[in-house]
Every structure is written in C-alpha cells, then in structure tokens.
Design a binder for this molecule. Structure first.
Ligand SMILES: *Cc1c(COP(=O)(O)O)cnc(C)c1O
Length: 459
C-alpha cells in the first residue's frame, strides 16, 4: 500500500499540465477548490485502506472530472424524451425560437421596459402585454405577475381579505409542489367557506352560504384531476348570476390558460379563458407556462373595477415580472394573434397537436438517420404508445404516439437510462415494462445530434 506521504502536495500538482491548462480557463479559487476536493477524497479513501493510484495521470483525470462538475451550470438544457409535454420538472413550456430571440434582444442592453418612446416619458411595464391579453381574451383589462399562485394571492388579498371566499368542496385542489387552494386563501386573509360535497355542489349551496361576511365567489378548475360518475358543478354563468344578485365578485382560477380551442385535434376538456369572460366572470387567473406555452407568469384578466385596486396594491411590486419574462410573454402572445402561427410555432401547442401519422413518419425518419451511426450492439425499434399533456391539463387525455425503444447488448435499460441522463446534453427517457423508451412527441426535430451523442455513451 502507498504511504500517506506519497499523496502529492497542492503546490507540486499546480505545475502539472492539467492544472496549468485549467488555470488558463478558470479562476484560481475554482481550480484550487477542485484540486482540494480531489485530494480530500483521495486522503479519505486512503484512510479507509483503498488502493488509489497516485500517479499524475490518474490524479489529473480525477481533477478534470471534479473541475467539470464544479464548472458545469446546474440549470442546463436537456432533451425531453419522456413524452410529457408540459413537464414541470423540465421547465414546463419550452419557448419557440422567435420568443427566445425576443428574450435575447431584451436581455442584451437596455429596453423600453418602463419607457414610452412616443412621449419620451415614463411608461408602464404592464402595457407591453395588457393590450394583447385584452384582445386575446375579450377582457376589459389585464395584469401580469410572477406566476398563477401570485395572481391568486394578489387577487384574493385585494378582493376579499378579512372576508369569506366561497368555494366548492370539490375544487379545493392541490397542485404539485405543495400548493393548495385553502393555503393560498389563508395566506391572503380570505376566510375559506367550503360548500357542497366532494362530488356534487349546487347553486343553492353557494346561495345558502352567502352572508354579510362574504367577500367573493371563487371557482377553481381542478386541472390535474377529474371526477367521473355522480358529479355536479355550477357553471360560471350561473355563478355570475348569483354574484350579481348579491353584488359579489366572481373569480375563476382557470389553471392552464387555454386560448385556442383544440377540440378539432381530439383535445378537449380545458375551459377557454375567453368563455369565462363571455360568461361575465369578473376575474380569471391562469399560468403563462402551462398550456399557454409561454414563460412562467401569472395572468389576471377581467374587469377594470377589480383590477384597479390590484395595480395600486403594494403586493404587486413584490410579485412583479422582470423584463425577460415580459419579453417572452409578449413574444408568445403575439404568436396567438394568428391561430395558425400559434399552432405551428408555440412548442407546447405544436407538440400536443402532432398527429399519430406525423409522429410515425418522424420516427421512421429518425430511425434511418440514427441507424447509420449506431454503435455496435445497440438496436432501435419503433413502438406505438401514449403521451400525456402534463402541467395539470387534460388529466384524462392520452395522446397516441410513437416511441423509440433503445436497447443494447450487455447494458440494462436502467443503465441506458442513466447514461442518457449523464450525456453531454442529457436525454431524459422513461422505463416502461423493462424497456428504455423515448417519446417522439416531445423530441424536437433538431435535437437528433444530442440523441446521437447519447447513443455513443453506450459504446
Ligand atoms: C397550476 C395551477 C396553479 C398554480 O400556478 P403556478 O403558475 O404554477 O403558480 C394554480 N391553480 C391552478 C388551478 C393550477 O392549475
């Protein structure tokens, strides 16, 4: 066994080519930290009696690995082969090239964030998207904040703090990441008044609960779950009639932000924001990065009468959007001005509406491309399967898709999954019935070089 004193000293190692090369590219403290972490691991291993090679080449390799992981950003691009279109863990909605370029313009240098070019005076950051939102939803006014949770917090606080908010028991939902409607109501100071039963709530339940303490009527789209069987809920229009009768504002948390009817693609079940506004709902809140396909944002549309106090509320400052998000949101909403363009260019909409035939033909094309470059022992096969919208939209919907089954002699599907996940650009797939699969629906066509690089890790 090597004596402990054979472990080289930092000073000596700093003269090795691996270190001098690293010092040309990275700050000294970063290089030193990587070096010390290697020596630390080596010493600990040594004390445990492990035989660790101490030659320059082995230690340099360890050092390069340590430096790589210390200097690689942790927020990185990945390829989504999991088939969940709005994948919360993978950043929800991917943005289109056009939107990414608008983002780049706003990021690099100065912008008109709060500057009115026509007058040379101060402008409002909200104006960049308010007009588009009015146009696309038919609402009188619009406001945007950090996310839908923030939108709810702001709207509930302004509308009903200290008073009761009436909600159906079947709509007290939990969204991923420990967000619950009762909690956000509590945070906003609105007193939760549950009505109805889990599966059925009637108009008379809301009516019976109305008292001088009532501040608002709230309807929540259940998003990530659906009830079947003996169920009943009150329509937005009926709730609006009840609200008018008692001079109470009616608010809807729509969740996803559906602006285009996708029924003709066999995709239905998400309520459209415009329909709520048409029904007379006073305020509708929804996310920017779910079905809408934009950046993380919370959008509030509805009547000016209720939006005005929100614009003057101190919470708005705490929840406001930055210029990058606004640029991405404006870019996304502009695509919606032409429905065909929105369906073609907003990645979430394009992926959701890909037909089974299109996916199959993409699969065959990809297979031809990959087969020419395939490492020995790796085999590819196309299979039929289903993908899911994700992001709390259309919980019951399974979309027919094409899957790429990847197998390799001597490597288990779990090991393939891990190697793909550790590829230079990680490729995230799934294992189902003991097979490693990539779903063509969420793979973008220009991503095949990343697939090729991941396949090479199987050699
Ligand atoms: C997703 C969702 C939220 C939370 O939206 P975020 O934008 O993630 O904050 C709130 N309510 C409903 C109904 C949702 O579906």
């Amino acid at each position: 066994m090597t004596p402990y004193s054979d472990i080289p000293k930092v000073d000596r190692m700093l003269a090795w080519p691996a270190m001098t090369a690293a010092l040309r590219e990275h700050p000294r403290p970063v290089v030193l930290a990587a070096l010390r972490s290697v020596l630390d691991t080596v010493r600990k291993g040594f004390l445990r009696g492990e035989a660790i090679p101490l030659d320059e080449s082995s230690l340099s390799d360890r050092f390069r690995n340590a430096l790589d992981s210390a200097t690689t950003p942790t927020l990185r691009k990945v390829v989504n082969g999991a088939g969940i279109v709005i994948h919360t863990n993978l950043g929800r909605a991917p943005l289109s090239r056009a939107v990414a370029s608008a983002l780049n313009d706003a990021a690099y240098g100065y912008s008109t964030l709060e500057y009115n070019l026509a007058t040379g005076e101060r402008g409002s950051r909200l104006e960049h998207v308010a007009g588009l939102l009015r146009e696309l939803t038919g609402a009188e006014g619009a406001l945007v904040v950090n996310n839908n949770a923030a939108a709810l917090l702001l709207a509930l606080t302004t509308l009903g703090s200290g008073r009761e908010g009436i909600v159906s028991r079947g709509e007290l939902v939990e969204i991923g990441g420990a967000f619950r409607i009762p909690d956000i109501m509590g945070q906003s100071g609105v007193i939760l008044r549950e009505v109805g039963a889990t599966n059925r709530t009637h108009l008379r339940d809301y009516e019976a609960a109305i008292s001088p303490a009532t501040g608002l009527l709230l309807k929540v789209h259940p998003s990530n779950f659906a009830m079947v069987g003996f169920t009943a809920e009150v329509s937005p229009a009926d709730l609006v009639r009840l609200g008018r009768k008692h001079s109470l504002p009616v608010m809807v948390d729509a969740g996803s932000g559906c602006l285009i009817d996708l029924t003709r693609f066999g995709i239905s079940g998400e309520p459209m924001v415009r329909e709520f506004i048409c029904a007379g709902v006073d305020l509708v809140t929804f996310s920017g990065d779910k079905l809408l396909g934009g950046p993380q944002a919370g959008i509030i549309v509805g009547k000016e009468e209720f939006l005005r106090p929100m614009r003057n509320h101190p919470l708005l400052r705490a929840l406001r959007l930055d210029k990058l998000t606004l640029a991405a949101l404006e870019g996304t909403l502009r695509l919606y001005q032409d429905e065909r363009q929105a369906l073609a260019e907003i990645p979430v909409l394009r992926m959701l509406t890909l037909s089974a035939a299109e996916l199959r033909s993409r699969g065959r094309k990809l297979l031809r491309k990959l087969r020419q470059l395939l490492p020995a022992g790796v085999s590819l096969e196309l299979m039929d399967g289903v993908s899911h919208p994700g992001g709390g939209s259309y919980p019951l919907l399974s979309l027919p898709t094409t899957l790429l089954l990847i197998s390799c002699q001597g490597i288990s599907p779990q090991e393939i999954e891990e190697r793909f996940r550790r590829a230079p650009v990680p490729v995230i797939g799934r294992i189902s019935s003991g097979r490693f699969l990539l779903d063509l629906r969420t793979l973008q066509e220009e991503e095949s070089p990343y697939l090729i690089a991941a396949l090479r890790t199987l050699i």
